[in-house]
Write a protein that binds this ligand. Structure first.
Ligand code: FAD
Ligand code: SF4
Length: 476
């Protein structure tokens, strides 16, 4: 195992994310050694460390008596390329194992996708439900429906009581890693402390227990809600553990499923939660491998504006964006709706270059790896793939944020004002986005209502929206 700077540096990862990955690696290596495995572990600051995976593989090959190299398939395209390049040069025998952090194999996904005009998650999800038997009663979904999403759109009130996700104090290994991160990545985004993530299998299982006991029953109801000062609400904060292999996605789904059968959690919460993992997580990974290497270069809407500085500093007057970025800096975490409908929505409405948006998301979240981040950003959030993943752009005015959060109450902008210096910037940018991209989007049946509303507006109102939007865009 090797901590290599090329992996730590290819985007300026959040400090907490680097600390999490290195600490989890060191704990895993220690556990393997204790169990009698012979582990060769190269720390980031080891003098001989070459700084790349290929370099470290070559060095191991030169120093050890190696008959063959057996490795687990890489989860990112970039790393697959690097390893096959290296193998070609070295002329070494390679055995590749499939990645057991997923329920669906590449082959199963390709077979499902083959010949389909549209690759919609909902139909893929049914395949996985049938394959695993998750929430199935024979061939029928439990509760009589595949999807209970309609019940999962409640706003949250400040009076709701919620428990923070599982947290743990750094041990000696984690302390060493935190020092290493501060020394080698002092200018990276985010705060390394307080560091509270689990870094072992045992810790991740406790985090799962905590979520199941305290948050799962309300997960569905408040899945889309946002509250100032409540970064986690009823979300599980388990993605980072599943993505590095400390938790198995199917075991997490089975634990949630058992809660419904025992009557401890309602169907809308349990089905909604299982859909995120057995549906979305598997589906985006399938799309990634189906569409790479071109996928991350997609720019269907030809958006070219550079990423505004406030994505790094959080210095913006928009309360919703400020809140999402503040907690991202502190926790390397924001939940799905913040990523999609606040920072993602703003970037798309403002016409930010999707590649820059993609690199930002890849850097700032503890759970971010390209196989999961890129389809969510390029496809779902920026519509840069032209609709492979989403049937319409997730574009919205300030109205949606106001409905689902309490941010607007403390914002210097007025969400109900449509035009003028105090109007919520999302309002004019929404129309500007639709008009700027009219040629490409007007035939989308799901945007028909929006374009009809625009057509009914007075010429004066339309010009005011577009003029306001230009002012905002200039200030970016
Ligand atoms: P919960 O809300 O508790 O959801 C449960 C689990 O479902 C998550 O842990 C995750 O494993 C899975 N999940 C939920 N939604 C998705 C989804 N759309 N795609 C894949 N898995 C999903 N997720 C990542 O793991 N890494 C990323 O880099 C990432 N980038 C994203 C970028 C954008 C723009 C958007 C809109 C979403 C992104 N997601 C990403 C998906 C989702 O936002 C996170 O998985 C989730 O917020 C993680 O927090 P949680 O564990 O509390 O999730
Ligand atoms: Fe965000 Fe607009 Fe509400 Fe301010 S008024 S919090 S910018 S949606």
């Amino acid at each position: 195992m090797a901590e290599v700077s090329s992996e730590a540096n290819y985007v300026p990862h959040h400090k907490k994310k680097i600390a999490f990955v290195f600490s989890a690696m060191r704990h895993f290596a220690a556990a393997l050694s204790q169990n009698g495995w012979n582990v060769r572990y190269v720390k980031l600051d080891a003098p001989a460390n070459t700084g790349s995976l290929s370099g470290e593989l070559s060095r191991a090959l030169d120093q050890l008596d190696v008959a063959s190299v057996i490795y687990t398939e890489a989860s990112e395209y970039r790393v697959t390329e690097e390893i096959s390049d290296w193998a070609n040069k070295k002329n070494v025998s390679l055995e590749v194992l499939s990645d057991d952090r997923f329920i669906c194999s590449h082959q199963e996904f390709e077979e499902w996708a083959d010949g389909r005009k549209q690759l919609r998650m909902e139909f893929f999800y049914r395949l996985i439900r049938r394959k695993t038997g998750l929430l199935m009663n024979g061939d029928q979904p439990e509760g009589g429906q595949w999807n209970f999403d309609k019940e999962n759109r409640k706003p949250a009130s400040e009076t709701l009581s919620m428990q923070r996700p599982y947290s743990t104090e750094p041990d000696k290994i984690t302390e060493e890693v935190l020092e290493l991160v501060e020394k080698h990545f002092p200018n990276n985004f985010g705060e390394s402390r307080p560091f509270w993530f689990a870094v072992t299998r045992e810790g991740a299982l406790e985090a799962l227990d905590t979520f199941i006991a305290h948050a799962l029953p309300s997960f569905g109801d408040f899945q889309d809600a946002m509250l100032d000062g409540e970064p986690f609400l009823f979300h599980s904060v388990l993605a980072q553990y599943m993505n590095v292999g400390l938790l198995d996605p199917l075991e997490v789904c089975r634990r949630a499923e058992a809660e419904w059968y025992s009557g401890a959690a309602p169907i809308n919460a349990v089905e909604g939660y299982i859909r995120q993992i057995a549906g979305w997580r598997e589906y985006v990974r399938g799309i990634y491998w189906l569409k790479m290497p071109e996928y991350t270069d997609q720019n269907f809407l030809e958006a070219k504006r550079p990423l505004p500085e406030f994505y790094w500093t959080g210095k913006t007057e928009m309360a919703c964006v400020r809140s999402a970025i503040k907690q991202t800096r502190e926790e390397a975490y924001a939940h799905h709706i913040q990523r999609l409908m606040v920072t993602g929505n703003f970037a798309m409405l403002a016409g930010i270059d999707p590649k820059q948006v993609h690199e930002w998301y890849l850097a700032v979240y503890a759970d971010a790896y390209e196989w999961v981040e890129a389809p969510n950003v390029i496809g779902m959030s920026q519509f840069a793939d032209g609709g492979v993943l989403a049937s319409k752009p997730y574009a919205s005015s300030g109205n949606y944020i106001n409905k689902m959060s309490n941010h607007c109450r403390s914002c210097r902008f007025k969400v109900k004002e449509k035009i003028g210096p105090n109007a919520c910037p999302f309002n004019s940018l929404y129309w500007d986005f639709l008009i700027r991209n009219q040629e490409k989007l007007v035939s989308n049946p799901r945007l028909g209502n929006a374009y009809r509303t625009w057509a009914k507006m007075s010429e004066e109102k339309r010009s005011a929206y577009l003029d306001d939007a230009q002012l905002i865009l200039k200030q970016l």
